[in-house]
Design a protein around this ligand. Structure first.
Ligand code: URA
Length: 481
């Protein structure tokens, strides 16, 4: 039996390196007892068999294991290694949802994703009192959170992206995550809930109570979305029982009260407004967004372009595909990805089993940028300042569509979505997070394929691109459960 003991910080990469060595040495899953240790230096308690082999896994395996390793009881690590060994004989294993190991892995991945989502939503920072704060010029905040799984590492980038302009600590019972002067450190230290008090909390409570609408109260939905175990660390939760208890009386009072007469102007508008379904509300948000977009002057590109090209696709699409900027044909038609790059994308997407119509397709930059040469308009690369100016629209599209996965095609999209558009060739095929913490898959822009002069290189690059799209489809399947 091998008993690798992994560190609490850096668990995923330690698991990956150890699993690779064990699998190459042909060690079966039942001979490995995975665990964590404060003193992880001895990975193996006895030497590995010397025979070395090759191991191969599909790209989606890395994404799945990232969600399995943080599982609290260690079952995720065991299962990930079981899948790794089985994948050596059964290459399509991960697509077989009926397989008990695959099914269990998907359940665990779902539970870890849910925990990540809850931590994104329910971490509440309090401004640190001087004894908590460091000798830094920036304001310092502290938060306490008790995750179900060991997710402090995978979740950290989300908070760096969201709260990069302040110093903060997130303390959990096992790990302290510190962001100080733009540098992130994680330390495995046992902690108990610090005494957190914040003068702003009372203000937040007053605000929360004032936006609480008793007529729309759905306690069951509320408890499902915000389970009770999180309440003790949410300042607003102290108010909830009282607000629920008073809701009926407040609703009755609202019903009994005389209706206030709307102004003539408002009454006319209300009369003309059709009743809207939730889908229509989202649709309207996008419609409103695109009508704002059509008059956007945030950067100089609006001048020469024919029109802003808005995103298109279902408003609740699970996948958002982000390209760079419209080309000549997109500028004329007002629709994204209809020119040569779009047509190539459509062909490869179809081969990869990706239905473009089910995705929301948009661009990082909404106006065509070009250099006029005679009658021809030659595509020009947007400046970073133009990409940053246009990000305002992309972020609103992300909030409105709320996709499960974002596909970044090319450096411009990658910059807009992550803040770093470098090394696309190295990063392609990998999964990362958007600035606001959404899963993101990196790939090349399809126009790169059109530019490759040599047919062998083009075939290879096309194959890689197709594999990235297959990966996207598989990731969405895992997330959909
Ligand atoms: N290239 C892009 O990035 N977007 C389009 O809409 C067309 C070409």
């Amino acid at each position: 039996m091998h008993s690798p003991r992994l560190p609490r910080i850096g668990t995923y990469s330690a698991w990956r390196d150890t699993a690779r060595q064990l699998a190459m040495a042909g060690v079966p899953a039942h001979q490995v007892d995975w665990g964590l240790s404060d003193n992880p230096k001895s990975m193996f308690d006895r030497p590995l068999p010397s025979e070395q082999g090759q191991i191969t896994v599909p790209a989606s395996f890395a994404d799945l294991t990232r969600s399995l390793i943080p599982e609290r009881n260690g079952r995720g690590m065991t299962l990930a290694y079981t899948l790794l060994t089985r994948l050596q004989d059964t290459s399509g294993l991960l697509s077989n949802r009926a397989d008990p190991h695959v099914a269990e892995a998907r359940d665990i991945a779902k539970s870890v994703h849910r925990d990540l989502h809850k931590m994104h939503a329910f971490v509440r920072f309090r401004e640190a009192t001087p004894q908590h704060s460091q000798a830094s010029q920036r304001r310092t905040f502290v938060s306490w959170f008790e995750p179900d799984h060991r997710i402090e590492e995978p979740v950290a980038d989300f908070f760096v992206n969201r709260f990069g302009d302040m110093d903060w600590k997130i303390i959990t019972p096992e790990v302290t995550v510190t962001y100080l002067d733009r540098s992130l450190t994680l330390k495995a230290v046992a902690s108990s809930r610090p005494d957190l008090d914040d003068p702003l909390e009372q203000l937040w409570g007053t605000y929360y109570a004032s936006i609480f609408n008793p007529a729309r109260l759905k306690p069951n939905a509320m408890r499902a979305e915000m389970p009770r175990k999180y309440w003790k660390n949410l300042p607003e939760a102290r108010l909830i029982p009282g607000l629920i208890a008073g809701a009926r009386a407040r609703t009755t009072a609202m019903q009994d009260a005389n209706a206030t007469t709307p102004s003539l102007h408002l009454a006319r508008r209300v009369d003309q407004t059709p009743r809207r379904t939730p889908e229509a509300i989202v649709q309207t948000d996008l419609t409103r967004l695109s009508s704002g977009l059509s008059t956007c002057t945030r950067c100089p590109l609006h001048g020469p372009a024919t029109q802003a090209v808005r995103g298109e696709g279902p408003t609740d699409a699970p996948l958002m595909i982000v390209g760079e900027l419209p080309g000549d044909q997109e500028d004329i038609s007002g629709r994204p990805f209809v020119g040569p790059a779009g047509q190539l994308f459509d062909r490869i997407a179809q081969q990869a089993g990706l239905n473009r119509k089910a995705a929301y397709v948009t661009n990082a930059v909404k106006h065509f940028k070009f250099i006029q040469r005679g009658k021809r308009r030659i595509h020009d690369r947007p400046a970073i300042s133009e990409v940053d100016a246009c990000r305002w629209w992309l972020e609103r599209e992300l909030l409105t569509v709320n996709p499960d996965l974002v596909l970044a095609m090319g450096a411009i999209a990658l910059h807009a979505l992550t803040g770093d558009g470098s090394r696309v060739l190295k990063r392609r095929g990998g999964t990362e997070r958007t600035r606001d913490g959404r899963p993101l898959l990196v790939t090349l822009h399809p126009s790169c394929l059109l530019r490759l002069p040599e047919s062998q290189a083009r075939d290879r690059a096309t194959e890689d691109f197709r594999n990235d799209l297959v990966h996207a489809v598989e990731m969405l399947r895992v997330r959909a459960g």
